[in-house]
Design a binder for this molecule. Structure first.
Ligand SMILES: [Zn+2]
Ligand SMILES: [Zn+2]
Ligand SMILES: [Zn+2]
Ligand SMILES: [Zn+2]
Length: 237
């Protein structure tokens, strides 16, 4: 299969960088901003990864709470029908009490202040929906004495991935079939009729839009409410 690349644009200078170079690039902006106009309070540069291709870089204020980050992740990538979610420090051992906890008590309290928990190098795991789970990994890249008027500022996000229609292999995939697997499941609008002819479910309910999220195709997820202009299908020209 053709390898798909992941890249994003920098919020500050609008230049495009590959996924693995974006963190380093942003740190140059932060260091400059901290030097020129140091703030009294800290903000944290975090990277959120959904698999190898989907990423978000954010600046989050130390006064923000985990619940606000949860709401942001739901808004940009995840929310389908109000499932439960949880943050956990990566590698944290489950305590005996966790076995007796109610599902809504899993994970860290959403009331925790970012500044009381986050530090450079910390990794968290996040889960949305404990049935058809979407798992994300959050890395605290660094901390700086800078603040923005927004408690959470989106700095970069992977641009829509260059996924091709699996039938004609020429046009961008616009829709996918959520029940088929093993064969072609992603189609452009010209080819989707070919799949509809042999897949009754597709015609009935299983056709869903290609969106820029690690939850694409899961539980009727149909796109986010934040940064929607980058949530669609890539444009080939
Ligand atoms: Zn930049
Ligand atoms: Zn759902
Ligand atoms: Zn096609
Ligand atoms: Zn199908």
């Amino acid at each position: 299969m053709r390898k798909i690349n992941s890249e994003g644009k920098c919020y500050y200078c609008n230049k495009t960088y590959a996924a693995n170079g974006m963190g380093r690039h942003l740190s140059a902006h932060f260091k400059k901003a901290e030097k020129e106009k140091p703030a009294k309070k800290k903000s944290y540069h975090i990277k959120v990864a959904g698999g190898n291709l989907y990423f978000l870089h954010m600046l989050i204020h130390g006064d923000a709470r985990l619940g606000q980050l949860d709401a942001y992740l739901r808004g940009i990538w995840l929310e389908c029908c109000g499932h439960m979610s949880a943050f956990e420090v990566k590698g944290a051992k489950k305590s005996v009490n966790d076995w007796f906890a109610e599902p809504e008590e899993f994970g860290l309290s959403m009331e925790i202040k970012i500044g009381d928990l986050f530090k450079k190098g910390l990794k968290l795991e996040y889960e949305y929906d404990f049935g058809s789970t979407t798992k994300l990994e959050i890395s605290v890249m660094n901390e700086y004495f800078i603040t923005d008027k927004n408690k959470i500022l989106l700095l970069s996000r992977n641009e829509p991935l260059h996924i091709l229609c699996e039938l004609c292999k020429k046009k961008p995939a616009q829709v996918m079939c959520v029940v088929c697997y093993g064969g072609a499941t992603m189609f452009c609008n010209s080819c989707k009729g070919i799949h509809a002819k042999k897949c009754d479910d597709f015609a009935d309910y299983a056709e869903t839009n290609v969106v820029n999220s690690p939850r694409m195709g899961v539980c009727g997820y149909d796109g986010g409410r934040i940064d929607v202009q980058r949530d669609g299908v890539w444009q080939s020209e």
